[in-house]
Design a protein around this ligand. Structure first.
Ligand code: OGA
Ligand code: MN
Length: 277
């Protein structure tokens, strides 16, 4: 069966790549029910291979949403002091909503979730039930493996051994964590190297002058968002996006206000700090 085309190596679920480098749409699965062992094994494989999984037409309750997240780890809380998401009656689930009264759409800059934390989240699961009627509100996703692989050997050796400071107070106010992480890290499951700086949280590279850091980070930020290794997910009502926060950058696109875009979000705690290769 190997190499027989998309879906050939999966028995329970259907996996359709969303772009050549990142993302896959998963079909033949119902997230409102517990997953079978085979479904879970295949979801894990698709997650490692495609980095962000998209599901359509899922009507899920808070319990369903939380159960899905818990297959991948312990559910966690956002580390920000001031966030746009709102509490619900379930501590595990945050309401993720924007409309005409929203001053600023959350996540409207390329980022990984809370890289300012000493141990950033492993994944987030965003479920949207309401989308703007005329489109908009897509989410960009970019592969930091592909961004790293495409650097020149000279740039790779320059970055080797550098660390960067990630400052959460810039996005989420005083009292939000700050942390240092290697600029290049190795993914704990795939074993692949990837670029681990992002525009939202990384303030500077520690080992070089501020001027040099600024120039290098500007280059890396524009390199990281190149269309060759990014894609744009078009939501429909009741879509779910589940991204690997350890190797994916994502970005909300704020093009729909004052229309409503609304749903719920959970995040899965990381188990280890990002490590240098
Ligand atoms: C998030 C996020 C992007 C979006 O939930 O962490 O950045 O398009 N969302 O809403
Ligand atoms: Mn985010």
């Amino acid at each position: 069966m190997d190499g027989a085309g998309p879906g050939a190596t999966y028995q329970a679920i259907t996996v359709k790549p969303y772009s050549p480098t990142i993302g896959a749409e998963i079909d033949n699965i119902d997230l409102s029910k517990p997953l079978s062992d085979l479904e879970l094994t295949e979801i894990r494989r698709a997650f490692t291979d495609h980095m962000v999984l998209f599901f359509r037409d899922q009507e899920i309750s808070f319990d369903d949403h939380a159960r899905f997240g818990e297959y991948f780890g312990t559910l966690g809380q956002h580390v920000g002091k001031r966030t746009n998401s709102q509490a619900t009656n379930d501590l595990r689930v945050r309401k993720f909503h924007a409309d005409g009264d929203t001053p600023r759409v959350s996540g409207n800059v390329w980022h990984t979730d809370q890289s300012c934390a000493p141990v950033p989240p492993l994944a987030s699961v965003l479920y949207l039930h309401t989308l703007p009627p005329d489109g908009g509100g897509d989410t960009g996703f970019a592969s930091m493996y592909a961004a790293y692989d495409a650097l020149s050997d000279n740039m790779k050796s320059y970055l080797d051994g550098l660390t960067a400071h990630h400052d959460g107070t810039r996005q989420f106010g005083a009292g939000t964590p700050e942390a240092d992480h290697p600029v290049v890290v190795r993914h704990p499951e795939s074993g692949r190297k990837l670029l681990y700086v992002n525009e939202a949280f990384t303030s500077h590279i520690n080992e070089v002058s501020r001027e040099e850091s600024k120039a290098i980070l500007e280059f890396l930020y524009s390199h990281q968002m190149r269309p060759e290794w990014s894609t744009r997910f078009r939501w429909e009502p009741h879509s779910v996006a589940f991204w690997d926060n350890r190797c994916v950058h994502h970005r909300a696109i704020s093009d729909y206000l004052p229309n409503i875009r609304s749903g719920y979000r959970i995040q899965v705690e990381g188990t280890e700090a990002p490590v240098a290769p």
